[in-house]
Ligand binder design. Structure first.
Ligand SMILES: NC(=O)NCCC[C@H](N)C(=O)O
Length: 407
């Protein structure tokens, strides 16, 4: 199968989603901040909302691959299992005494059990219900309800950990420790799962090994015409942008990157929380983003050289249009007072997922933004997201397209 993502708004054929499970039940008021959530969730309702989201995609002809299935199937393969366990059970984390013991214990689990433990986490108490107690200071100092393996609630945001850019995938070095292990899982899936193994696609990155050169998929918009729009945000660094640019240009897969100098703040954590594409030349954008300084990056004289053109903030839209080969782009910013605009941005009003040109999926709660888009000819399919939204991500964040046409 040929995987490729040639645009943000062309017909969507295939995505990876993650159905919320145990990892969200582990969120508490005391750990939610470290786990990058703003609240705890009613998990049963979140799952129902997510199932509704997946159903809308399927009804519109989009094939949905569930991350949990992909990981479980990958972990049935000895080489993949070895790679994941070697990376997760790191001596620097667990110490010299108990690491091998833990690794061997987890290796006894079935693929389904191991998937649940890797994603949902495992406490010391749960471990001891199954396995003998190892002798180690590192292990003994833990309380029974401490996590031996941390849960990964942000796996639901499949957009960020791996991002397809034209005919290849960037398996990303994530900014915050709460998301580092997600990358290991995707490295195993893309390398070993039969859906991808032997596939003819590029890998644009080195995974978490590239840290601190971090980049997250929420900042990467494949705008089409061989161009990519990237937000240099709290999460995505300029050096990672350069690295991606070199690889895309050397492979001939892209010709231009426009990098935006984003505010480095959690509220604007990724470009797609403030600006996404709804059609081949049309964006929805949060009023509070304003205009940003931008850099157009093109191939330089040699393989390692890049040509960089600096644009003042007032030329932001013009720089994006030029990369698309257009005179101008259409930017839709709902007319509303600043307070209401800030609330809708917080609730991911701009984080829409295009299913085809001019048709997007959005959270129903963002009434003003959705109505504004409709009045400008965009079809908006609404989904509930009262629970899902508490992790600060909308339909675009919660989906990783792996096959999408150009507009
Ligand atoms: N693309 C996105 O904006 N993804 C949302 C990620 C939310 C998640 N709680 C995080 O902080 O990483």
């Amino acid at each position: 199968m040929a995987f490729h993502v040639d645009s943000e708004a062309g017909r969507l054929h295939r995505v990876i989603l993650h159905r919320p499970d145990l990892e969200l039940k582990r969120l508490t008021p005391s750990n939610k901040d470290a786990l990058l959530f703003d609240d705890v969730l009613w998990v049963r309702r979140a799952r129902a909302e997510h199932d509704g989201f997946a159903d809308v995609l399927r009804d519109r002809g989009v094939a949905v691959h569930l991350f949990g299935d992909l990981l479980r199937e990958t972990l049935t393969l000895p080489e993949a299992r070895r790679m994941v366990l070697d990376r997760v059970f790191d001596e620097k984390e667990y110490g010299p005494v108990v690491t091998d013991h833990l690794r061997a214990a987890f290796d006894e689990l079935s693929a389904a059990e191991l998937t649940e433990a890797l994603v949902g986490g495992m406490t010391k108490r749960e471990f001891l219900a199954r396995f003998a107690e190892p002798t180690s200071v590192r292990f003994h100092v833990m309380d029974l309800d401490d996590f031996l393996l941390d849960p990964l609630p942000n796996h639901i945001f499949t957009r960020d950990t791996s991002a397809w850019v034209y005919d290849g995938v960037s398996i990303n070095a994530m900014r915050w420790p709460a998301r580092w292990h997600e990358t290991i899982h995707y490295e195993a899936i893309y390398r070993h799962h039969p859906l991808f193994a032997g596939g003819s696609f590029h890998v644009w990155s080195e995974g978490q090994a590239a840290y601190p050169s971090t980049i997250e998929g929420g900042d990467v918009l494949v705008i089409g015409n061989g161009a990519v729009l990237i937000g240099m945000s709290e999460r995505t660094t300029s050096q990672a942008v350069e690295m991606l640019a070199q690889r895309l240009f050397n492979a001939g897969s892209a010709t231009t990157i426009v990098a935006l100098d984003m505010p480095k703040r959690r509220a604007f954590m990724h470009l797609d929380t403030v600006m996404t594409m709804v059609d081949g030349d049309t964006f929805t954008k949060y009023a509070g983003l304003g205009m940003l300084r931008s850099y157009t990056i093109e191939p330089g004289a040699g393989e390692r050289d890049l040509k960089v053109t600096d644009h003042p903030p007032e030329h932001m839209h013009r720089a994006v249009a030029a990369a698309l080969g257009l005179d101008d782009i259409r930017v839709l910013t709902a007319t509303q007072d600043v307070h209401s605009a800030e609330r809708e941005q917080w609730d991911d009003g701009c984080n829409v997922l295009a299913l085809e040109p001019g048709v997007v999926l959005a959270y129903e709660r963002n009434v003003t933004t959705n109505t504004f888009l409709r009045k400008r000819g965009i079809e908006v399919i609404e989904i509930p997201g009262s629970e899902l939204g508490r992790g600060r991500g909308g339909p675009r964040c919660m989906s990783c397209p792996i096959e999408r046409d150009p507009v």
